[in-house]
Ligand binder design. Structure first.
Ligand SMILES: [Cu+2]
Length: 238
């Protein structure tokens, strides 16, 4: 009995000390790295969102869709812009949950999905109709798969970093993006145009913003340990 107790004690001490030995304590990480917090703003008067008439499967899809190729909020924040630290090194994150791309109400949700390299993404069909997912990739093999209503999940993975356009061959208005990176230092802007990149190594970095219709913008930043670096991107239609 005593031997068993001693074994439990040793195992307990080992379990508690392992994260410190491996240097993965979150506190250590937060102090030795910084974060980049920012906003993506539309400069000027944003164009009215495009409205697309739906000519098929109206019961599931509705009668019209608002295009998400340029989403500008009330405060002029631009959604769906991806900001990345260029040349960053770091392991691709292992997400707790698989990145998920849903086809719901005949549009891709989210419109821009972030996915680490080599991690499968679940492509769901929440609509009771046929969708056909089609990717337009170059670095990764492209795929084109029918997803009938009974096929609720297809899992696909991307092994190379790439911005991949996706469409549905059954519904011409459905379009979205999967942005695949090999490091964790990137983020997508939310409905207010805000984004945050955590655990960035201190030092000078180049940031690159990508937006599907407004293009690419680069910016230099300096990240300090334990503090957020604030960045604002102002974009306009060319
Ligand atoms: Cu579809």
């Amino acid at each position: 009995m005593q031997r068993v107790l001693r074994w439990f004690f040793i195992a307990g001490v080992l379990a508690l000390s392992l994260p410190f030995l491996a240097g993965i304590s979150p506190e250590v990480n937060a102090q030795s790295s910084g974060s980049i917090v920012g906003e993506v703003k539309y400069n000027g008067t944003p164009p009215a969102p495009k409205v697309i008439k739906v000519n098929k499967d109206n019961q599931a899809c509705g009668n019209e869709k608002t295009s998400e190729e340029l989403v500008v909020g009330a405060n002029k924040g631009i959604q769906w812009a991806v900001v990345s630290v260029v040349g960053a090194k770091g392991p691709a994150p292992k997400p707790a949950q698989k990145p998920t791309l849903d086809q719901k109400g005949c549009h891709f949700q989210p419109h821009v999905l972030l996915a680490p390299v080599g991690v499968g993404i679940d492509i769901l069909n929440s609509d009771g109709i046929l969708h056909n997912i089609h990717t337009f990739s170059k670095a990764n093999p492209s795929f084109n798969k029918a997803q009938p209503k009974f096929k609720k999940v297809i899992t696909e993975k991307f092994d190379k970093p790439e911005v991949v356009k996706i469409r549905c061959d059954a519904h011409s208005w459905m379009s979205g993006w999967v942005v695949v990176q090999e490091h964790p230092f990137y983020a997508v802007s939310d409905a207010n145009g805000s984004f945050k990149i955590d655990n960035v190594p201190p030092g000078k970095h180049k940031l690159e913003l990508w937006h599907e219709t407004l293009g690419k913008v680069a910016k230099d930043v300096e990240v300090k340990a334990g503090a957020p670096t604030k960045v604002t991107f102002e974009l306009t239609k060319k």
